[in-house]
Design a protein around this ligand. Structure first.
Ligand code: HEM
Length: 509
């Protein structure tokens, strides 16, 4: 079943290149129809699925919202080449083929008003000199943060769980005459914990030094993210016609959030001064650009990415009832590793007698938990937190899909890869639509990692200043493992429904 590897996404091919199927429809009406399908009548996944089926092709032309008639006064060109198979998707990772300038979230660019006037690194192409400097700077922030990352993360997660435990207890008490069950939403507590943790670990800034930022920082980031992303997302808060008119029809202004962004700017300037000066002295950035890049990596990449991904992870592992016994097996794996590491620490005379509950679950511990790691990969495969990737063809080239099809891509075409389908490609993944936590175990499982694309690159590749792969590719997986290991050190079991805990069973031994 598993192809040892696909041919390169772009190559000289035996089969002649054919025109890409699909089209953009009549001016105005075509983009409008696709926009309404995407947001309203079909939703993103059906949108891509139906068009792939209709064209009998995993590479096809379509419009991606937001689109005319409103947004950007027609300046946004919604026409893309959609790519939904594992082989063709790889073209998006090849800096020789695609230009990533200003296409982070597609043809729509919220603009530098959201980033203090700086074009931050994530919007830069690899051929722009500044990309190398800003990417190296973000990798340096991660590298420096690694020393305190695990300890700060666990401290923040403990704070979050203490708050959740208290609230759950209160709710159970209130309901004691009716039932012993209660639900506690965890998103706000999780985001507060993420914000404090990331400020310390990435920026070296302690939020307790600024009570306003400590209390409101995560809410400011939520508002800042929402204003940038809303024109491209289905929100579901308003009836759809109103959502189309008010949320998907024009760019939302940065002015609404800029006084608060400036507050975070000053916080980083004052309390993250050491990190900022590294950006200036070692990477040649101006002070303003260093701070705006720090804020983007902190707020958009890290806070935004984890805020989407960690709830998915908790929900998939915490499925009510544990029908497959996954939680029981994960708990066993986590506790075995913790016990072994505390025994060896005791034998070496470090912290003897303190037991596994007092040691930090660090990077090396979670790398010894293969089932947990494979489960984290599977959540990333099934629910990639950043589902769309974009890149503009630098030149004409031939794009190969795994159906041995070859397509003529034109210089300037905007490729739009949809990860949820590419990572459920039946040519690569057995039972592609099923959640299989053991999928990435063993030699065969390790081979599959080359098709795990959530980080804008294969899980087997490394982020580098010469590519656009997520700087935190490994840190994200390790941190996700730390969260679940933390849960099983603290609790015997937990259950999650959507974004609420419905069960937190304290550890008995
Ligand atoms: C669950 C969390 C995260 C997810 C899902 C995620 C995902 C991604 C994705 C998909 C991209 C590529 C975007 C594109 O160009 O199309 C990216 C880029 C990037 N990510 Fe992450 N990320 C996460 C966390 C982090 C963290 C913690 C950092 C901290 C340093 C980080 C730093 C970056 C940087 C600097 C880039 C830009 C790379 C470049 O311009 O070459 N990310 N991330």
């Amino acid at each position: 079943m598993l192809p040892s590897s696909f041919p390169p996404a772009a190559a000289a091919t035996a089969s002649p290149a054919r025109p890409i199927p699909g089209g953009y429809g009549p001016p105005l009406l075509g983009p409008l129809r696709d926009r309404l399908d995407y947001f309203w009548f079909q939703g993103p996944e059906e949108f891509f699925r139906r068009r792939a089926a209709a064209h009998g092709s995993t590479v096809f032309r379509a419009n991606i919202p937001p689109a005319f008639p409103f947004v950007g006064g027609g300046r946004i060109d919604p026409r893309v080449v959609a790519v939904v198979d594992a082989a063709a998707f790889r073209a998006l990772f090849d800096p020789a083929l695609v230009d990533k300038r200003d296409v982070l979230i597609g043809p729509y660019n919220p603009g530098v008003g959201f980033t203090g006037g700086t074009r931050v690194g994530v919007y830069l192409d690899t051929e722009e000199a500044e990309h190398e400097r800003t990417k190296a700077f973000s990798m340096e922030l991660l590298h420096r943060g690694a020393r305190v990352w695990a300890a700060e993360f666990h401290a923040a997660v403990d704070d979050m769980l203490n708050a959740v435990d208290d609230e759950l207890l209160l709710k159970v008490k209130e309901k004691k005459n009716q039932s012993n069950e209660a639900t506690v939403g965890f998103v706000a507590a999780l985001q507060r914990c993420l914000f404090r943790f990331l400020c310390k670990a990435l920026v070296g800034a302690d939020t307790s030094a600024d009570p306003f930022v400590d209390k409101n920082g995560f809410l400011i980031l939520d508002a800042w993210l929402a204003l940038q992303l809303t024109p491209t997302q289905k929100i579901g808060l308003l009836p759809q016609p109103l959502e189309e008119i008010f949320l998907h029809s024009f760019p939302l202004p940065s002015l609404l959030v800029s006084p608060f962004y400036n507050r975070l700017y000053r916080f980083v300037e004052e309390h993250g001064a050491e990190a900022v000066s590294i950006g200036e002295k070692e990477y040649g950035l101006s002070k303003k650009d260093a701070i705006n890049n720090v804020l983007f990596v902190l707020g958009f990449n890290a806070f935004g990415g984890f805020s989407v991904f960690l709830p998915f992870l908790l929900a998939d592992i915490g499925k009510p009832g544990d029908p497959t016994g996954l939680r029981q097996r994960l708990r066993q794996e986590v506790r075995q590793v913790l016990l072994a590491s505390s025994s060896s620490a005791a034998a070496a005379g470090q912290g003897a007698g303190q037991g596994e509950s007092s040691s930090t679950i660090g990077f090396s511990a979670v790398r010894e938990m293969p089932l947990l790691r494979s489960t984290v990969y599977e959540v990333l495969r099934m629910r990639p937190p950043v589902p769309l990737q974009f890149g503009r063809a630098r030149n004409d080239f031939v794009l190969r899909s795994h159906h041995d099809d070859a397509f003529a891509v034109n210089k300037g075409d905007l490729l739009c890869g949809y990860q949820p389908l590419a990572m459920r490609d039946a040519k690569v993944f057995h039972r592609p639509d099923e959640f299989v936590p053991e999928r990435f175990l063993g030699d065969q499982g390790q081979q599959l990692l080359q098709y795990l694309y959530w980080s804008n690159g294969p899980q087997t590749s490394q982020p580098d200043t010469g590519n656009k792969q997520c700087a935190a590719k490994d840190a994200v997986v390790d941190t996700a493992c730390m969260l679940i290991a933390h849960m099983f050190r603290r609790y015997d079991d937990f259950e999650v429904d959507g974004i609420s805990f419905t069960k937190l069973q304290k550890r008995s031994t």
